[in-house]
Design a protein around this ligand. Structure first.
Ligand code: TXA
Ligand code: MG
Length: 332
């Protein structure tokens, strides 16, 4: 298949919307990462997303909308809590898991009786959804298992020749995927951490919420039986290189990375180091996936990464780093 490389012009967005309406696949920018979109209510179209990504079919997609009124096409109930969060965090990097309406195809939700819904803030994404006239199912626009794409080039690298079109635009602002919050239980629970943190949800709702307790620790037997966000159970965000995360005091981590680097270089290996300033968690979020992809492009044999403190956005970035490294952590 020849993939059309479109631009973020009004004309090209109209063209992309036409492709979506006809049941095709279009990669498009959002504020978090690039998404791979199809008409969420067209089962055949969504099926093609799984094929293009090589994605397991029990992993549900997030459905993107451009107006609050679109909620009613997807979910049977909009609770007061949902309304509070919608007003506060939409449009933006929040996905709410809601009870699913029957009109949403099984393939879109991975056979679950819930549906993940998000209204992105990126104006090109909003315009594309609006002009398509349908909600758009969109996972991240990467090959399954690879780091999420935060530039148009990342999408081209993974999906050129596998999808109908790519809308090429600016690099994504946020850099990690939306916070996924389950709104179907008595107490809302974060299933995937993102740039919107637990503290911000608690402040908006005026009460405590839950954080999936299996996040940020290696999987244990039993965890995988009923994973709450099925996507979290797969090998994820993985660079080709081996990756080690060093955790400890700043000085110990710096010394351990230096020592490891020298040892590896003596063995003739290519080493890539990822260190972020602890105070600049948002920059770390913005850069992490691009850095993992750069290491691959440089043919690194090993990536040595410094852990971030696991609070606030640092927790969310570490969530991605731990999965990229397959939980290969060295305490120093
Ligand atoms: O920022 C984002 O959310 C990006 C952009 C494109 O919007 N999308 C994204 O989609 O990251 P994806 O498919 O790569 O990740 C979706 C995550 C997975 O972990 C999936 O299991 C979870 O959301 N999810 C989706 N629907 C769900 C549902 N009904 N119940 C539980 N988890 C769900
Ligand atoms: Mg993904």
């Amino acid at each position: 298949m020849k993939t059309r490389l479109l631009h973020d012009t009004s004309e090209d967005i109209t063209e992309a919307a036409h492709i979506i309406k006809e049941g095709g696949l279009v990669a498009f920018p959002t504020e978090t990462v690039y998404g791979l979109g199809a008409d969420a209510l067209n089962a055949d179209a969504v099926e093609k997303i799984y094929e293009a990504k090589g994605r397991p079919s029990d992993n549900p997609t997030i459905v993107h909308i451009s107006a609050e009124s679109d909620m009613h096409r997807l979910t049977t109930s909009v609770t007061d809590d949902m309304k509070v969060l919608m007003r506060r965090f939409w449009p933006g990097p929040m996905t709410m898991i809601c009870p699913r309406k029957e009109t949403v195809p099984d393939v879109t939700t991975g056979n679950l009786d819930t549906v993940g819904i998000r209204m992105p803030s990126n104006p090109i994404a909003r315009e594309l959804i609006f002009r398509s006239g349908c909600p758009i199912a969109a996972p991240s626009a990467n090959l399954s298992g690879r780091p999420s794409p935060t530039t148009a080039q990342h999408v081209i690298d993974d999906l050129d020749g596998r999808i109908d079109a790519i809308i090429q635009s600016e690099p994504c602002e946020v850099g990690i995927e939306s916070t996924v919050i389950d709104m179907t239980g008595e107490i809302p629970m974060i299933l995937r951490p993102g740039i919107i943190t637990q503290e911000q949800f608690e402040e908006a709702l005026g009460r405590s919420i839950l954080l999936d307790p299996t996040l940020n620790r290696p999987p244990r037997p039993g965890d995988d039986i009923h994973p709450k966000a099925p996507g979290m159970k797969y090998k994820h965000y993985a660079p080709k290189a081996e990756m080690i995360i060093f955790q400890g005091s700043r000085e110990n981590v710096a010394a351990a990375i230096d020592a490891e680097r020298m040892e590896r270089e003596e063995l003739g290996q290519r080493v890539s180091v990822i260190e972020f300033n602890e105070e600049e968690e948002k920059i770390a979020a913005h850069e992490i996936f691009a850095r993992l992809r750069e290491a691959d492009k440089e043919d690194a044999d090993v990536i040595l990464a410094a852990a971030l403190p696991q609070k606030g956005v640092g927790f969310s970035v570490m969530n991605r780093m731990l999965r990229s490294a397959g939980f290969n952590v060295r305490n120093v």
